[in-house]
Design a binder for this molecule. Structure first.
Ligand SMILES: [Ca+2]
Ligand SMILES: [Ca+2]
Length: 260
């Protein structure tokens, strides 16, 4: 009989577990250094939700939105400003911009949590960057190829692609780039940089002025020129000179013996 009495209390305790868990989780979130102010900077239904930036149950880890948020240098001093700054990108790659997700109470750091009732937008990702020294042209020793995919649900029009070095355009910006949804396209920067190692950022800007993710590229024109066909030409010339020399030496020796 005592056991059945305890069993009656069980469901009552279980009903308390959910609010206790929520309170405990919120408390952990609040007392963990820095996190409380950041979660409080999120406007709307996700205000105070640690999972906007952190994987569930892992406050030390960051999801893709948390990584982009932390990459904003002013995130500690101006968390709301950092949230606004990354509003125009799609951190989790689900096809919806961060600000659209937050406005519609879906998690911008969770690719499996998407908003309902709003269309997807163009979502551009740089999927490959490479140089092709064998295609070098007169006046353009370095060609940089950037393959961009549109994984969104709308065509991208009027896109600007820039090659940035030390905060300035290292090549003429490519404007008016169009990439249809579910396709990809390669754009080319033609350059003649000074010799030495160059570190470039490739930046994409949508027609509404929002920025996409940035790819990094290090290029060394000296290395590229090594792949041009000059070494082969020099080798052939050296062989010709060597063979000619050997033949002349051989004829000289033969002629000398004949006189003896
Ligand atoms: Ca998203
Ligand atoms: Ca999402």
């Amino acid at each position: 009989m005592k056991e059945s009495k305890n069993f009656k209390i069980g469901p009552f305790k279980a009903s308390l577990l959910i609010p206790i868990f929520i309170l405990l989780f919120s408390a952990i979130c609040l007392i963990t250094s820095g996190y409380s102010s950041y979660a409080g900077s999120i406007e709307g239904d996700l205000n105070g939700d640690c999972n906007v930036c952190h994987p569930p149950g892992d406050l030390a880890g960051l999801n893709p939105y948390g990584i982009d948020f932390e990459a904003e240098t002013n995130h500690a001093a101006d968390a709301a400003g950092a949230v606004a700054a990354i509003g125009g990108i799609d951190s989790d790659g689900d096809g919806y911009l961060n600000r659209h997700e937050l406005e519609n109470a879906s998690n911008p750091g969770d690719v499996n949590d998407i908003p309902t009732g709003i269309p997807k937008v163009p979502h551009l990702d740089i999927i490959d960057v490479y140089t092709s020294p064998e295609n070098a042209e007169a006046g353009h020793r370095v060609l940089i190829y950037v393959r961009i995919a549109n994984n969104g649900d709308a065509n991208a029009e009027g896109v600007v692609v820039q090659l940035i070095e030390n905060g300035e355009n290292a090549a003429e910006p490519l404007t008016g780039v169009s990439i249809e949804k579910a396709s990809n396209q390669t754009v080319i920067f033609r350059m003649e940089p000074e010799e030495g190692i160059h570190n470039y950022n490739i930046e994409i800007t949508y027609s509404d002025g929002s920025a996409s993710k940035i790819a990094y590229l290090s290029v060394s024109p000296e290395h590229d020129t090594e792949l041009l066909p000059f070494p082969g030409t020099i080798t052939i010339l050296l062989l010709i000179f060597t063979l000619t020399g050997l033949v002349r030496y051989g004829l000289k020796r033969t002629g000398g013996n004949r006189h003896e």
